[in-house]
Design a protein around this ligand. Structure first.
Ligand code: FAD
Length: 433
């Protein structure tokens, strides 16, 4: 590839804080709030103009369950709190039996999950961040980490003011794509994605049906374009894309928009309206950290360094795993932690960790760990893990599955069911959302 040399120059330092969070998806939101609540100053840099990432800009307005499917609440802490924030100013689909957040309900109860309204969620998260004293800087794209050996001193960004720097003692990479860790030299794994594209639409037949049920959600329909992840796509002429290069992002946009336009040309009629297009590519798993440890699905539920239990959505009731702290960090870089869909979990573990509640859990854990490291003046590798676990448990995070159940009194042990790794089994119900 042809190259040019960028001229060396001085650039202004636009801000300094204890912690920088790069990327304001729900994982970044959780990381920033957790750290701010621990008493450190936090700046969150987001390249778009809203928070929520895939959950808002990408139309994924389905907060998958935080219970295990057989009556036990698994996620507390920010994973539970953010579900309620997302549902605060519009329809609230959280089942009545879960609304007050009990530890246990009847095993046949509906799942503790929510479908939320995207604009209302965006506004609620803005308010949440203001209330939690997080300094959010929108429309600001991370470009490069400023490395000093194995330590990151801050980041170079681009926005309307031009090229500037933000400095901090700790950094959290919640870009979804490991952009910060990768550019800082961390080992990462790539995965290809199907091109799929959701839009929401209304038509008069739906509105007439919805008005009889008095349920506003009945008036809105989701339409899926492109490939489904739960079928064999090998015969398709739509390519699989990594989503980590400009070429892939532009190819995704070209294909997905032309599919939507083709549909509109054939189906546009009076009484029909496409409501919105997703404003970021709907890539699921792109580039993840290969951390100091990987999440291990065969390790059972006694992970010493667990930062919390995670559940796999809808397909595997009773399947619960403990997630190790070391899967949030690299072995060499002293002060950048991962949060969200890019943490260190390979194979089927990656599928599990990209679900919104699990992304929020890792956000909360990385923000809390960064705050502990700032206060102790240590590296992320030196964080006192029992202190981290105590801080998280104090907010309602369930660190160890069986201990927590025992402490809550006489609950029956949960039997972990084996789960199929066949693509169809993984994606069937996800693919509806
Ligand atoms: C099609 C599809 C369907 C899904 N269905 C469900 C579902 O039904 N339920 C569920 O729970 N999960 C679902 N998921 C998964 C879930 O939506 C995501 O994994 C989760 O929302 C990821 O959150 P995150 O914060 O880790 O990352 P993201 O939401 O990707 O957030 C990353 C943020 O970083 C910002 N950013 C990126 N690069 C930069 C940069 N250079 N500088 C500054 N900011 C940057 C982005 O703008 C974005 O705001 C689905 C995902 C897809 C794609």
């Amino acid at each position: 590839m042809k190259t040019i040399t960028e001229a060396q120059r001085d650039i202004p330092v636009a801000g300094e804080s204890d912690l920088l969070v790069i990327g304001g998806g729900l994982a970044g939101v959780a990381a920033a709030v957790a750290a701010a609540r621990s008493g450190v100053s936090v700046t969150l840099l987001e390249k778009s103009c809203v928070l929520g990432g895939l959950a808002t800009l990408g139309h994924v307005c389905v907060y998958l369950p935080i219970d295990d499917g057989i009556g036990h609440k698994i996620h507390g802490g920010l994973a539970e709190e953010l579900m309620h924030v997302c549902s605060r100013y519009s329809y609230n689909t959280i089942p009545d039996c879960w609304k007050s957040g009990p530890a246990r309900v009847d095993p046949s109860s509906p799942r503790y999950s929510a479908t939320f309204n995207i604009p209302a969620c965006i506004l609620a998260i803005d308010e949440f961040m203001r209330d939690e004293h997080v300094n959010v800087v929108f429309d600001t794209a991370f470009c490069m980490p400023i490395m000093d050996g194995n330590t990151c001193r801050g980041v170079i960004v681009e926005n309307k003011s031009g090229r500037t720097a933000y400095l901090a003692r700790m950094i959290i990479d919640s870009t979804g794509d490991s952009d910060v860790l990768y550019r800082a030299g961390a080992d990462c794994e790539l995965r290809k994605n199907v091109v799929s594209h959701w839009t929401y639409e209304i038509d008069m037949d739906y509105i007439r049906n919805g008005s009889t049920s008095n349920d506003v959600l009945q008036n809105i329909r989701m339409r899926w374009f492109g490939l489904r992840p739960d079928v064999d796509n090998s015969g398709s002429d739509i390519p699989m894309l990594y989503g980590t290069t400009s070429e892939d992002v532009n190819e995704y946009l070209r294909i997905s928009r032309s599919l939507a336009l083709e549909y509109l040309k054939k189906n546009q009629r009076d009484g029909y309206a496409m409501l919105t297009l997703p404003f970021i590519p709907q890539f699921r798993m792109t580039r993840r950290l290969k951390g100091l440890k990987e999440m291990d699905l065969t390790a059972g539920v006694n992970v010493n360094s667990s930062i919390g239990c995670v559940v796999h959505s809808l397909e595997a009731p009773g399947a619960v795993y403990e997630f190790p702290y070391e899967a949030l960090i690299d072995g060499r870089i002293t002060n950048i932690a991962a949060a969200g869909r890019m943490v260190s979990a390979g194979g089927y573990g990656w599928e599990i960790m990209r679900c919104i509640p699990n992304c929020v859990l890792t956000g909360q854990a990385s923000g809390t760990a960064a705050a502990l490291a700032i206060r102790a003046g240590c590296t992320l590798q030196e964080v006192d893990i029992p202190a981290l676990q105590n801080s998280l448990a104090d907010t309602g995070v369930m660190i160890h599955m069986y201990d927590e159940l025992r402490n809550n009194g006489n609950l029956p042990p949960i039997k972990r069911k084996s789960i199929s790794t066949a693509p169809g089994a993984i994606q069937n119900s996800l693919s509806k959302h």
